[in-house]
Design a protein around this ligand. Structure first.
Ligand code: AMP
Length: 333
């Protein structure tokens, strides 16, 4: 018997169903499919990518499906290690590329996307460039994985299945990008999707263990951040990890943002910032989080972008960092 879908899920599916059907036709047409995500992947990039990949593997046994992207500190604890894919996959066949959670073409992990015949973008970021011939994009979703889940749930009405593994990846993407359901990006639709995924067997405590448990030594970094963070006049909490500090804790700049959520729940702190010196790229990597006011425009001004309440940026030096902190502080005046 066909399952009756939740009204919030149906409402979104109705909006996009002609695009969803186009994607099904493309999957039917191509025997070779590569699923991509963005560089320096986070939970949503990985979770939506692996959700898409797993769904394809589960439902299309005769297709050649791969997932593409550089390694990350989230593997192998939370997501699989990179798949080794020979260049011939791209040069000897016509490949359909499905790209998750990536607003601009330059942020797609792996240049071999350029060799693909047809690009499909599934995303929830404000548009950076329309690189997909098929674009399934909704900025109101908490995660790319939320939009993807909507589509895959819609496809269950046509007989396709969502396995427990697929549901778990999708749940990770949503929990990750919404900072465990704290942001206003979470809606009735988000929770309807999560209810559906829970019914597919998602196990919360094991999933959160994979996502968030750290080695005890991480507390040394947390202690350093607690001892050294500062707060601007109007409530921007920030901490700086320069190259010496990162070296002392044997950390990469990628991990600089790991303590940004320490300051989530304090009156008087409305924006949180982490700044980590990336010696390889000769920039400071910035993460910005907000409890209310939109910060994405400031992130864009400083060579970045993202969402209203969670964005990333880059600055050249501490002088530029101070300018950015001043701009953020001015937002709170
Ligand atoms: P992060 O602080 O690196 O976790 O990034 C927060 C959010 O902003 C994520 O959704 C990123 O995908 C997005 N983001 C980070 N850097 C950029 C950028 N340069 N352009 C567009 N979006 C970005």
């Amino acid at each position: 018997m066909k399952e009756k879908l939740n009204k919030h899920i149906l409402e979104i599916a109705d909006k996009y169903k002609s695009k969803y059907k186009r994607l099904l036709k493309l999957i039917d047409r191509f025997d070779y499919i590569a699923v991509f995500r963005h560089i320096r992947p986070d939970f949503d990039a990985f979770g939506s990518q692996m959700g898409m990949y797993t769904w394809l593997i589960d439902n299309f046994k005769d297709k050649h499906v791969v997932f593409i992207g550089e390694d990350s500190t989230l593997t192998p604890k939370c997501f699989p290690l990179p798949m080794e894919v020979d260049d011939s996959f791209f040069t000897s066949h016509e490949v359909l590329a499905i790209i998750l959670d990536t607003s601009g073409k330059v942020r797609i992990s792996d240049d071999r996307v350029k060799k693909c015949k047809y690009l499909v973008k599934i995303d929830h970021h404000p548009e950076v460039d329309r690189y997909g011939r098929l674009q399934i994009v909704d900025e109101n979703m908490s995660a790319a994985g939320e939009l993807l889940a909507n589509m895959l749930i819609y496809f269950t009405t046509r007989g396709y299945v969502i396995s427990k593994d697929c549901a778990t990846y999708l749940f990770k993407s949503i929990a990750g990008d919404s900072n465990r359901f704290l942001y206003d990006s979470c809606t009735a639709h988000t929770f309807a999707i999560c209810e559906y995924l829970m019914e597919r067997g998602v196990h919360l405590s094991s999933l959160y263990k994979e996502m968030y448990f750290e080695d005890l030594s991480e507390l040394d970094v947390t202690r350093y951040v607690m001892d050294n963070f500062k707060v601007t006049e109007h409530g921007v909490a920030y901490y700086i990890l320069d190259k010496e500090t990162l070296k002392r804790f044997n950390m990469s700049a990628d991990h600089g943002k790991d303590n940004i959520n320490l300051f989530d729940h304090f009156n008087g702190i409305n924006i949180r910032v982490s700044a980590s010196e990336d010696v390889e790229k000769n920039v400071w990597r910035i993460s910005i989080r907000s409890s209310g006011i939109a910060i994405d425009k400031i992130a864009e001004k400083y060579h970045g972008g993202g969402h209203a309440q969670a964005s990333g940026a880059k600055v050249k030096n501490l002088e530029e960092l101070n300018k950015m902190l001043k701009d953020l502080d001015d937002l709170l005046k």
